[in-house]
Design a protein around this ligand. Sequence first.
Ligand code: FAD
Length: 333
Amino acid sequence: MVSEQLFDVLVIGAGPTGMACAIACQRQGFRVVLVDKGCLTNSLFHYPANMTFFTTPELLEIGDMPFSSPNQKPTRAEALEYYRKVSEHYKLDIRQYERVDRVSGSDGDFRVHTVDRFEREHVHRAQKLIVATGYYDLPNYLGLPGEDLPKVMHYYDEPHPYFAQDVLVIGGKNSAAIAALDLWRHGARVTLVHRGAELHRHIKYWIKPDIENRIKNGEVAAYFHTTVSDITEDTVTLETPEGEKVLPNQFVFALTGYHPDFDFIESLGVNLDAENARCPICDPATLESNAKGIYLAGVIVAGERTNEIFIENGRFHGDLIAKDIAAKVPVTA
Ligand SMILES: Cc1cc2nc3c(=O)[nH]c(=O)nc-3n(C[C@H](O)[C@H](O)[C@H](O)COP(=O)(O)OP(=O)(O)OC[C@H]3O[C@@H](n4cnc5c(N)ncnc54)[C@H](O)[C@@H]3O)c2cc1C
C-alpha cells in the first residue's frame, strides 16, 4: 500500500536516537514518521530482563524530558517506561513492526518500502530520511561447528532456565561478565571463556572486582587465551594453552558483540570507509551522508566501533540533523 502522504522526514529505527531525531525535527515544525521493525526501543526491550544501565538517568534523557529514578543507574524496565512516556508526550507517529526492506526514489521524494509482521508490503514517502538502525540485530558469529544448535544463544535474557545446568559464556567484556555473574548467582554452573589474556579493560569498575573474585574463588570457572573449537548437544571443546579440554555442557552464550547492518546502509547508496572501521561516509557537522537527503544517526555513525557512540552521546545527533534539514526544506506542518 503506497501512502499518499509525503512526510517531511522519515526516521528508520525508533530507538533512543531515532526518537531524539524525530523530536528535534518536529520541533522545527516538520511532519515526521518513525518506522521500526520491532516495538518502540526494540533493542532495549531485548536487553537482559534484569539489566541495569551503566549510565545515570540524566544522560539517557531525550527531548528535554526529565528521567527520574530512585536508582543511581536506571533499570531496563525504567528506561522502557521513560521512552514510552517521551513518545506519548511528543505524540510521535511510530509505525511499529514494519521492517524497512529497501528505499527507492531520491532526495525530496524517497519511497521507503516496508514489510509488516504478516508479510504485507507498505510504502511511505518522505523528503528526507534519517537512518538510526543501531547495531543490536546482528551478532558477531564465531563460525564454530555447532554454533547453529538451538542451545547456543547470542543474546542473554534471564537466568532462571539455566538453574543447575552447565553453561558456557564466551566473551571478555561487560555483557559476558554480567551474564556469567547473573547465571552463577541463580544456580548455574558457569564456565567463562575468553581468547584474551584477561578480562577486557573496559569492563565497568563495579563489575570487574565481582567477576574477578568469583573466578579467584573457583565459583566461576574461567579459561583465558582459550577458544572454542566445537559445540555438540552435550559438550563443548576448548583449545586452552594446556591443550584440548572437553566439558559437559547444556547451554552456550556467545556474547562476542554485534555489528550494524552494513548491507542495508550500503543498499541506500551510502558508502562505507574501508580504511576507517567501515564508518558510513557523512559530514560530521550535519550527519548527511554521501547519498543526498539521507542522514545517519546514533551508533551506526562509528561503523564497526560500536563502543564509541551510546545513548548518552548519540541523543544529540538529532539537533545537528534537524538544523540542516531546516536550512533545506520549507516547513509544511
Ligand atoms: C546490555 C547493554 C547495555 C547498555 N547500556 C548503556 C548505557 O548504560 N548507556 C548508554 O548510553 N548506552 C548503553 N548501551 C548502548 C546503547 O543501548 C546503544 O548504543 C543504543 O541503543 C543505540 O541507540 P540507537 O537508537 O542508535 O540504536 P537502537 O537502540 O539499537 O535502535 C535501533 C532501532 O532500529 C530498528 N531497526 C533496525 N533495522 C531496522 C530496519 N531495517 N527497519 C526498521 N527498523 C529497524 C531496531 O529495531 C531498533 O529499534 C548499552 C547496550 C547494551 C547492549
